[in-house]
Design a protein around this ligand. Structure first.
Ligand code: ADP
Length: 455
């Protein structure tokens, strides 16, 4: 049984894991970089070890130091959170071989789903619809152009090793294709150390709808419904909600079953997410699987009442899922999450690190804040700009949205710029309120809204 967990992460997710462990009576060890000595997860964990310098490459990405810390402190498991080493198959393998439980899937599933083109191939064989595109990575520009013509423009060029919305380029004709192909390869090489790219049909104005999966080590795989993450800027999610205002229960059932088939094809264990794009006609296509807990997991927790981080730990412990698909009810609650980033939405989302003066988080009925920020906290410039998540929920979408607007109005973060004013404007936008947002929404919204509204 897991008695002590090393948290190989920082920020709000590290705190989230501390909270789950504490409720389960499990001890926690935080690891941190020099820049994070003031961080809340370091203060709230039972023990903490500094593992290196400010840059992620010198600390949170140093598998060797993390495993040494685990051995010194005698932990039985490592929770990787999201980002950093969470989808690194080698790290999961190292944990396995040191007899430390990796709270996540087996390294072989991470490897399979981490290569996006292998992932597509795997789920396609299991009968899950995928976006039409190249069979695997493209080898040369001339081959790539032929494929792009065959698929029909517009196409999207994507990095096989992609993630975080990077390494994706759209091309509308042969001329732009030639240019974007090289840009995409260069970007992929720089960001992921792997320049391999593949090509997909560019689906116009789709919705991004993903399914939360839980799978135990006894062969039970369930889905916990969907999250609609269509509100994105530069392919990065800003707002997520569940249920999706677009899905009816028939389509939810069909997509849920497809998501389970996809996870089973990856021989998946633990919590994971199957991402789909859905067009206006309700055709859905698998795009990728995330083999870890996601930023937006609280949305699902508030709708289903299931603590996903606890489930992850229980699954890693070898326990059986204590519920069945039929026990998970949809339609009784609606939840929405706004990502609060230290960015200035009035100035093209430029990063806004610095010291927070006053910090006051909203509360009241139907409001949850997952954040590591506090009054006097200095946000280091080295990491992701997300400083918190506001999750609001209620019996209907209307109530959840009204609560979100109210909570955003109460959320005070002084001294730095944040995305709070932008979220408030979106919560009051008729297109969003009507549930009409596709992945093209943000560009349209920013184009028709005066940015001084956001300061
Ligand atoms: P990442 O792993 O970098 O997050 P994804 O494959 O999950 O990349 O895609 C991120 C987003 O990019 C999607 O939510 C969608 O908005 C856009 N996107 C990806 N593939 C396509 C496609 N074939 N057509 C249209 N948009 C796409």
């Amino acid at each position: 049984m897991i008695q002590k967990v090393l948290i190989a992460n920082r920020g709000e997710i590290a705190l989230r894991i501390v909270r789950a462990c504490r409720e389960m009576g499990i001890k926690t060890l935080a690891v941190y970089s020099e820049a994070d000595v003031q961080s809340l997860h370091v203060q709230l964990a039972d023990e903490a070890i500094c593992i290196g310098g400010n840059k992620s490459a010198d600390s949170y990405l140093r598998a060797d130091r993390i495993i040494s810390a685990a051995e010194i402190a005698d932990v039985d498991a490592i929770h990787p959170g999201y980002g950093f080493l969470s989808e690194n198959a080698k790290f999961a393998e190292q944990c396995e071989s040191c007899n430390i439980k990796f709270i996540g899937p087996k390294s072989k599933s991470i490897k399979m789903m981490g290569d996006k083109s292998v992932a597509k191939d795997t789920v396609k064989k299991a009968g899950v619809p995928t976006v039409p595109g190249s069979d695997g990575p493209v080898e040369s520009e001339s081959e790539a152009v032929k494929i792009a013509r065959k698929i029909g423009y517009p196409v999207i060029i994507k990095a096989v090793a992609g993630g975080g919305g990077r390494g994706m380029r759209i091309a509308h004709n042969d001329v732009s294709f030639a240019k974007e192909y090289h840009v995409a390869r260069g970007e992929a090489e720089k960001a992921f150390g792997n320049g391999a790219v593949y090509i997909e049909k560019y689906i116009e104005k789709p919705r991004h709808i993903e399914f939360q999966i839980l799978a135990d080590s006894h062969g039970k795989t369930l889905h916990l419904g969907e999250r609609d993450c269509s509100v994105q800027r530069r392919h990065q999610k800003l707002i997520e909600e569940s249920p999706s205002p677009f899905l009816n229960s028939d389509l939810r059932k069909k997509m849920g079953k497809a998501a389970i088939r996809a996870a089973e094809a990856a021989e998946y264990e633990n919590a994971g997410t199957i991402e789909f794009l859905v067009d206006a006609k309700g055709n859905y296509y698998f795009i990728e699987m995330n083999t870890r807990i996601q930023v937006e997991h609280p949305v699902t927790e508030e709708v289903t009442g299931i603590d996903l981080v606890k489930q992850q730990i229980m699954i890693a412990n070898g326990e059986k899922l204590a519920f069945d698909q039929g026990d998970i009810k949809f339609g009784e609650r609606h939840a929405i999450e706004c990502r609060i980033n230290a960015e200035d939405p009035a100035r093209n989302f430029s990063p806004s690190p610095g010291t927070i003066g006053l910090y006051y988080a909203p509360g009241g009925l139907g409001v949850r804040v997952d954040s590591h920020a506090y009054s006097g906290y200095t946000i280091p410039p080295y990491y992701d700009s997300m400083i918190g998540k506001l999750i609001c929920f209620g019996p209907t979408r209307k109530v959840a949205l009204e609560r979100a607007y109210r909570a955003l109005s109460e959320y005070l973060i002084r001294g730095i710029k944040t995305t709070i004013p932008l979220h408030k404007a979106i919560m009051a936008d008729p297109v969003f309120i009507e549930g009409k947002a596709t992945t093209a929404y943000m560009e349209d919204f920013l184009g028709r809204t005066a940015t001084d509204l956001f300061s």
